[in-house]
Design a protein around this ligand. Structure first.
Ligand code: ATP
Ligand code: MG
Length: 274
């Protein structure tokens, strides 16, 4: 007779950040349980070590640290940082073309019938961009902040995640060139190799996506687009939105995005409920 780890044993090993070696088969249940206990012990000690490293003050929260590294670099590149409301109006989604029948509408968390938690940063950035363009010719803006979407998909999706969205209105170079440069700037901070891939989008029609090992970390677009009219914009622009937890997950070689997200259970990737 031979036996595998049980479902709950597999789950516990994954929770503690371990990987399952599918090639190991046990000849008795006692052998299996002994192996499981040893794995758990060693993973618990690795988690404890990581907790101690974080708590001795030498490591910042990795999401906060990535946010500040990105802000610092973007500011030196001439971008202005904004912080805008997380609760937005239904009409600002309508201006993005997200109205009855649009798939993203099913993912929205409503606060009241006319207000929701923002699923993206673009509506607010459009608003600010239009007003600032009355004062300056080229507007370079970015925001880093939480976005909210109801999700049913697995290990790359969170219901609250952190987006970095940057935009250049009337860039001094061609919009596509600006988009490529901006993607490069962010990915240099992350230190990740990436590919640019053209994808279809429910909001922007077509996007230029940044992918790392086949995982989408950002979607970029250039304007003018038909929805610009509703926002009072009529000049070329380049904009791109990155998911910071997706980037962190790849930077840290994690298989599940939850370990790098806002969490009650993880502290810098280590589980605290050990
Ligand atoms: P996906 O196809 O992976 O669901 P998307 O194309 O719907 O993503 P966008 O609207 O393009 O996402 O958002 C820009 C970026 O924000 C994505 O490239 C991704 O990095 C990040 N992102 C989007 N949704 C989520 C989510 N639910 N959890 C974590 N990150 C997300
Ligand atoms: Mg996308």
């Amino acid at each position: 007779m031979s036996t595998d780890l049980t479902t709950s044993q597999n789950q516990r090993i994954r929770e503690l950040g371990g990987t399952i070696d599918k090639t190991i088969i046990f000849s008795t249940i006692d052998d299996r349980d002994l192996y499981f206990q040893e794995q758990v012990k060693s993973l618990q000690s690795r988690n404890r070590q990581r907790i101690l490293e974080t708590m001795d003050g030498s490591q910042r929260n990795s999401l906060a640290s990535l946010e500040s590294d990105l802000s610092n670099v973007l500011i030196t590149r001439g971008f202005t940082e904004v912080k805008t409301p997380m609760i937005i109006s239904a009409s600002s989604l309508t201006k993005m073309g997200i109205a009855d029948g649009h798939p993203l509408l099913n993912q929205v968390f409503w606060v009241t019938p006319k207000k929701c938690m923002r699923p993206m940063l673009a509506p607010n950035l459009y608003y600010i961009m239009r007003h600032l363009s009355r004062t300056v010719c080229t507007v370079k803006l970015f925001e880093i902040g939480p976005c909210f979407r109801k999700e049913s998909k697995g290990s790359n999706h969170l219901e609250e995640f952190t987006m970095l969205n940057l935009v250049e209105l009337a860039p001094e170079r061609e919009a596509m060139e600006a988009l490529r440069d901006d993607a490069q700037t962010v990915m240099d901070v992350a230190g990740l190799q990436y590919k640019l891939v053209v994808e279809e989008s429910e909001v922007y029609g077509r996007t230029l996506d940044v992918e790392v090992d086949g995982v989408e970390v950002a979607s970029g677009a250039i304007g003018p687009l038909p929805m610009d009219e509703a926002h009072g914009i009529d000049e070329p622009w380049a904009g791109i939105g990155f998911g910071l937890e997706r980037i962190l997950m790849l930077m840290k070689n994690q298989s599940n995005i939850k370990s790098v997200a806002r969490s009650l259970i993880y502290l810098n990737g280590a589980r605290i409920d050990i």
